[in-house]
Ligand binder design. Structure first.
Ligand SMILES: *[C@@H]1O[C@H](CO)[C@@H](O)[C@H](O)[C@H]1NC(C)=O
Length: 459
């Protein structure tokens, strides 16, 4: 009975004492480590030895890729580690305490910067409120979640089928490679927590270490060590194919139907101008997306070519309208033009022989035939011998009236002939306009297709 009481009290005593000593132990370990610790000094084992800092980067979110400003905004988890020779302890002496977490401002930290950083409000990670994990063998682990805004040389020459490479170069700013040397924790950056991006496919995220000299221009050339993570990603082009490329293509081919519109409707030019305006709008949209660089992207070149083709076809349409406009003078078509356009070209363009049935000259002698008929009739008028004088007078009046009618009639006939002739000539010119329209239609379709094929081939 007594023994069990003693045991119970002993157990409780050791438990309580153990707990308090556990907390005291941490405190005294902290005091032991930091009493004489100076975070200003680089914690290498000997003053001349190089301190190795290892770094790992995990990309979690590709927030924005701005082609116009050539910047990349990304959410990164940075992990850095190094051996601090002043923060070591023997875990067996400290009852198995192997780790201690303290605010990062208590320990020395390397002045790692992102070389490509363009965020003007960024003041460095060592200013942020984070903790570091100390390991008994002196290893310090520092983990920082951060959003970086970095510059990235964007090459949009094959937009929207482009691939981009953005470097993220981490290294100490003032410590030369003799003092601090960078090392990558793994062969590449991590993508395990990466959030799928709607616009970009990440292809690779490699890591490379470099030692590079800077400051040679100022005669203080010093080698600096860095780890460069290269993020390579490809644009998911479906969005642009359906929203930009396909409408452009449709507009280009829709323009060809302008040559099919009948001239008489008078809608030809307004149709063409509307399409030209639509393509100008697309160009403006493109300019919003792309940087103002000298090398035009693929799609920009295509849009500009389409605009040129459309302008040329508009002016061709105006010319065709002018060919068929015979409101002032109607001149007959030259024989060579009739043969070349209405016969040869029309047949080549699958329109049949359009010069068919049209005489070269439209002058006829039908009026003369009518007059001759009248003369014959007059000479064969039968004469009555009994009432010759009266009949004679009547016949004279009738003849003069008939001559009047004949004159009017022949005038009317010749006028109608003239009108007919003019209409024929007009029809001929209109046929020529139609042939020209068809010719330009085929030329346009051919040019547009060739351009498209060349553009796709040079992609
Ligand atoms: C830290 O020290 C351990 C043991 O001495 C060594 O294996 C490790 O590579 C060192 N780490 C760094 C970053 O220097």
């Amino acid at each position: 009975m007594e023994i069990s009481w003693i045991v119970a009290v002993l157990v409780m005593y050791t438990y309580v004492i153990g707990r308090t000593t556990g907390i005291d132990l941490q405190r005294s370990l902290y005091n032991h480590l930091f009493d004489k610790y100076n975070k200003a000094l680089r914690p290498s084992s000997t003053p001349n030895s190089t301190l190795i800092v290892e770094i790992g980067v995990e990309l979690t979110h590709l927030i924005d890729m701005n082609e116009k400003h050539q910047t990349l905004t990304a959410n990164l988890w940075l992990t850095m580690g190094w051996n601090d020779s002043y923060l070591r302890w023997n875990d067996s002496e400290w009852r198995g305490i192997t780790e201690l977490t303290v605010p990062d401002s208590y320990v020395w930290k390397p002045d790692i910067v992102l070389y490509e950083n363009v965020d003007q409000y960024f003041k460095g990670w060592s200013k942020s409120e984070t903790y570091v994990k100390l390991h008994h063998n002196g290893y310090v682990l520092w983990e920082i979640p951060t959003v970086t805004l970095s510059s990235c040389q964007v090459n949009v020459s094959s937009f929207p089928f482009d691939r981009q490479k953005c470097p993220l170069k981490f290294g100490p700013w003032i410590h030369s490679s003799y003092e601090v040397e960078m090392r990558s924790m793994a062969g590449e950056g991590s993508l395990t927590s990466f959030m799928i991006n709607a616009e970009w496919n990440v292809l690779s995220f490699t890591a490379q270490t470099h030692i590079k000299s800077y400051g040679e221009a100022f005669d203080i050339g010093t080698p600096y060590s860095d780890v460069t993570f290269v993020l390579e990603f490809q644009r998911k082009s479906t969005f642009y194919v359906f929203n930009l490329l396909l409408p452009c293509l449709l507009l280009t081919f829709l323009m060809s139907t302008m040559f099919y519109l009948p001239l008489e409707t008078g809608e030809k030019l307004s149709f063409g101008v509307s399409i030209l305006l639509a393509i100008v709008v697309f160009q403006l949209v493109l300019n919003e997306v792309l940087p103002e660089s000298e090398d035009l992207p693929w799609i920009g070149r295509y849009v500009i070519l389409a605009m040129i083709m459309m302008s040329v076809s508009l002016s061709l349409s105006v010319m065709v309208m002018n060919v068929c406009d015979c409101s002032i003078t109607v001149r007959p078509m030259p024989q060579w033009a009739r043969r070349l356009f209405l016969k040869v070209l029309a047949q080549l363009l699958f329109m049949g022989d359009m010069s068919n049935g049209r005489p070269t000259t439209l002058q006829t002698d039908e009026t003369e035939t009518f007059q001759m008929d009248l003369n014959i009739e007059r000479s064969t008028t039968p004469l009555d011998p009994h009432d010759q004088s009266e009949y004679q007078i009547g016949t004279e009046i009738l003849a003069s009236n008939l001559r009047k009618i004949e004159r009017k009639h022949s005038f009317l006939i010749s006028y109608m002939k003239e009108m007919d002739r003019k209409e024929e000539v007009r029809k001929e010119w209109r046929a020529l306009a139609k042939v020209l329209d068809r010719l330009f239609f085929f030329i346009y379709i051919l040019t547009a297709t060739v351009c498209l094929v060349v553009f796709v081939a040079t992609l």
